[in-house]
Design a protein around this ligand. Structure first.
Ligand code: COA
Length: 297
C-alpha cells in the first residue's frame, strides 16, 4: 500500500532499529528508508541481517546490518558506536527486538520468564541508556537541547491478562513504564520524545506464526472489532507519525494499533434481544418498588 505521508518526512535522519531484520521491525526499517532516513538494523542473526540489508539497498535505501544481542550491554554500546561511525549521528532509536513463546506458568521456569524480561524490558532500557549520549543534541552550551526520538514496540497483553503470556505481559508492562518515565525525564531535560506502539495481531510476522497457529487465525477474526488482522504497514505508518514532525507534541504515549481488539468482549446478549430484555428488567424493578420509579425511592 502506498504511504499517505510525504516521501521526505524523515529526510536526513538516521535510525537504529533493533529487531529490524524481520517482521514489523523490517517494515519499519523499509518505510523509514522510503521516507528519507538512513537505517542501521540490529539483530542476532547475520543471515537475516544480510538479506534485509540487501533488500533495503535494492530500493536505494542507505542501510547497514549490525550483529548484536540487546541483552548484552557491550553489544548495545558497540552497535551504537558503529552506527555513529557509519552515518555520523543518531536521530531515532526503535526498540523492536523481542522474545516470545507461549507457555503456561506451570511450564515456564523462572529462567524462561527472565529471558523475555531480559530481551524486552532490560534490552529496551539498555539500548535507551547507551543511546542517550547520541540522542541528546545541543546541550547547555547550545541551549536549548533539540533531542532525538525513541520508539518502543510494546503490546496490549498486559492491559487485561493474556493466556500463556505471563512473561511477555510482564515485560511489556515494564516497557510501557520505561516509555513514560523517559518521556518525563528525558523529555524535560533533553527534549527527547519517547513513545511506544502496541500492535495487535499482525499478519505475516514471526510473532503471529508463533503465538496464533494457522488453524486458530480464523477463530481470532470472529471476535475482532474490525474483523481483520493488521498489516505490518499499519505499524510502520504509526511509527512514521510518531517519529516525524507530525507527532511533535506526542510524548510518553503508547499508541495502540490493533483495530480495537483489546476492547473486545464476547457479546453476552444477542443484539435482537437486548431491547426486549432490558424493558422486562425495568418492568420487574418497578413492580418490586410498588410502582415507584427507582429515582423516586
Ligand atoms: N516454553 C517454555 N520455556 C521456554 C520456551 C518455551 N517455548 N522457549 C524457551 N524457554 C525457556 C527455556 O527453557 C530456558 O529456561 P530454562 O533454562 O529454565 O530451561 C529459557 O527460556 C531460555 O531459553 P533459551 O532457548 O536458552 O533462550 P534463547 O536466548 O536462545 O531464546 C527466546 C530466546 C526463548 C525468546 C526465543 O524464543 C527467541 O529469541 N525467539 C525469537 C524472537 C521472537 O519470537 N520474536 C517475536 C516477538 S513477538
Amino acid at each position: 500500500m502506498e504511504s499517505p505521508f510525504k516521501h521526505d518526512i524523515l529526510k536526513g535522519k538516521v535510525a537504529l532499529i533493533t529487531g529490524g531484520g524481520s517482521g514489523i521491525g523490517f517494515e519499519i526499517s523499509t518505510q523509514f528508508g522510503r521516507h528519507g532516513a538512513a537505517v542501521a538494523i540490529m539483530g542476532r542473526r547475520r543471515q537475516v541481517l544480510d538479506a534485509a540489508v540487501a533488500a533495503l539497498r535494492e530500493e536505494g535505501i542507505r542501510a547497514i546490518g549490525l550483529e548484536g544481542d540487546v541483552r548484552k550491554q557491550e553489544d548495545a554500546s558497540r552497535v551504537l558506536e558503529a552506527t555513529i561511525s557509519h552515518f555520523g549521528k543518531l536521530d531515532i532509536l526503535v526498540n523492536g527486538a523481542a522474545g516470545n513463546f507461549l507457555a503456561s506458568p506451570e511450564d515456564l521456569s523462572p529462567n524462561g520468564f527472565r529471558t523475555v524480561m531480559d530481551i524486552d524490558s532490560v534490552g529496551t532500557y539498555t539500548m535507551c541508556h547507551e543511546a542517550l549520549k547520541y540522542l541528546k543534541k545541543g546541550g547547555p552550551g547550545k541551549c536549548p537541547y533539540k533531542g532525538g526520538l525513541i520508539l518502543n514496540i510494546s503490546a496490549t497483553l498486559h492491559y487485561t491478562a493474556s493466556w500463556y503470556q505471563i512473561h511477555v505481559a510482564s515485560a511489556k508492562a515494564a516497557v510501557d513504564s520505561i516509555t513514560r518515565s523517559l518521556a518525563l525525564e528525558w523529555g524535560t531535560d533533553y527534549d527527547i520524545r519517547v513513545n511506544g506502539i502496541a500492535p495487535g495481531p499482525i499478519e505475516g510476522t514471526p510473532g503471529m506464526r508463533k503465538l496464533v497457529p494457522d488453524e486458530m487465525t480464523s477463530r481470532t477474526r470472529e471476535y475482532m472489532p474490525l474483523y481483520k488482522l493488521g498489516e505490518k504497514w499499519d505499524i510502520a505508518m504509526a511509527a512514521l507519525y510518531l517519529t516525524s514532525d507530525a507527532g511533535k507534541y506526542v510524548n510518553g504515549t503508547t499508541m495502540v494499533v490493533d483495530g480495537g481488539l483489546w476492547l473486545s468482549r464476547p457479546r453476552h446478549i444477542p443484539k435482537e434481544e437486548v431491547q426486549k430484555l432490558s424493558r422486562v428488567v425495568e418492568k420487574k424493578l418497578k413492580t418490586s418498588n410498588n410502582g415507584l420509579p427507582s429515582s423516586k425511592l
